[in-house]
Design a protein around this ligand. Structure first.
Ligand code: PMV
Length: 320
């Protein structure tokens, strides 16, 4: 039966920020992420005799807004040598394009819903490769808990695997929505421009080391090591953006204010770290016992700020 598919977003603790092959979305580095319970996309695809249509949150999307989805689905159709017009219905439980990783759940759900629609039996590894072609970070949303996307060097070898689907670690991610406006620089453009930074190559050289240290921190159930490394890795990515030629940044004044608040909380003995993606929002990594206090402090520092307390989410699930 053709089921609705649910995919959860993931947030990278070791970032993917550069493509070796833009068509196939092969990355220049391996990455590691945490799948979140709080944000997800539900998608169903059906074959139709009429024209193809894309509905997002129950609203039919214009041809321009649907283009990325149908270009992607056409690639999958060609790969499996299947045809037909499609109706795609997605409900997104995550703000779109504000650096909250909406594309990770969107394309993971599309890949799995496509396989449902055509009754294709694929392994998680194959599904990860299919999702990767839509959006690199989506390759990791096939799995729950912690996932690693090994960079590989071809379509066959570049996919994510589950590092630990049921982590023992007490780890919460507070998604602080300082700004839900669509980001100005897409991740595709950001990644391309970042490569002009003199620090890009030295950063790439550190990828194996940082990935291995992160895997070790997870195996040791060491929250401190995980938090410190996630923060360092995110700051390296943003330092590269700031040193690109010409420079650019996703930071807004509120981003810096939020970083300062994390530093202040830490100085007071409330252990927390931050990570930031291709947008102005900050995600605070903390343990359950401190989450309430941190939420209170962010709420009193920022007016009307929305904070979502997330923890580990599952991999792809099938709904009906
Ligand atoms: O896969 P994309 O195009 O959504 O790019 C993801 C880029 C980052 O979120 C900044 C890092 C990552 O690994 O998810």
């Amino acid at each position: 039966m053709n089921k609705t598919v649910r995919a959860h977003t993931n947030i990278a603790l070791i970032k993917y920020w550069g493509k070796a092959d833009a068509q196939l979305r092969l990355p220049l580095m391996s990455s590691l992420s945490m799948t979140l319970d709080a944000f997800y996309t539900d998608t169903k695809i059906e074959k139709v005799t009429g024209p193809s249509q894309f509905y997002l949150n129950n609203e039919q999307q214009s041809a321009a807004a649907s283009q990325r989805v149908f270009t992607y689905l056409k690639k999958l159709q060609d790969r499996f040598q299947v045809t037909g017009n499609l109706i795609v219905k997605s409900i997104n439980h995550v703000p779109t394009s504000a650096g909250l990783a909406s594309s990770s759940s969107a394309f993971a759900a599309l890949a799995a819903a496509f396989c449902q629609c055509y009754e294709l039996e694929v392994t998680p590894e194959e599904l990860s490769r299919l999702a990767r072609i839509g959006s690199g970070s989506a390759s990791r949303s096939i799995y729950g808990g912690f996932a690693v996307w090994q960079k590989g060097d071809s379509d066959q070898t570049s996919y994510a695997y589950a590092l630990d689907e049921k982590p023992a670690m007490d780890l919460h991610l507070l998604a602080v929505e300082l700004n839900t406006k669509q980001k100005k620089i897409s991740s595709t453009h950001g990644m391309k421009d970042a490569q002009s930074s003199p620090f890009f190559k030295p950063w790439l050289k550190r990828n194996d080391l940082e990935l291995n240290e992160m895997i070790q921190a997870i195996k040791d159930n060491n929250f401190t090591a995980l938090g410190q490394l996630a923060e360092l890795n995110a700051n390296e990515m943003h330092a590269i953006n700031l040193t690109a030629q010409p420079e650019f940044t996703y930071f807004e004044p509120q981003t810096i204010q939020a970083i300062k608040l994390v530093e202040q909380l830490r100085a007071e003995g409330i252990e927390c770290y931050y990570t930031i993606d291709a947008g102005p929002n900050i995600k605070v990594l903390c343990q359950l016992r401190n989450s309430k206090e941190i939420i209170q402090r962010f709420s009193s520092e920022f007016n009307n700020v929305k904070i979502v307390n997330a923890s580990f989410g599952p991999g792809i699930t099938y709904l009906d």
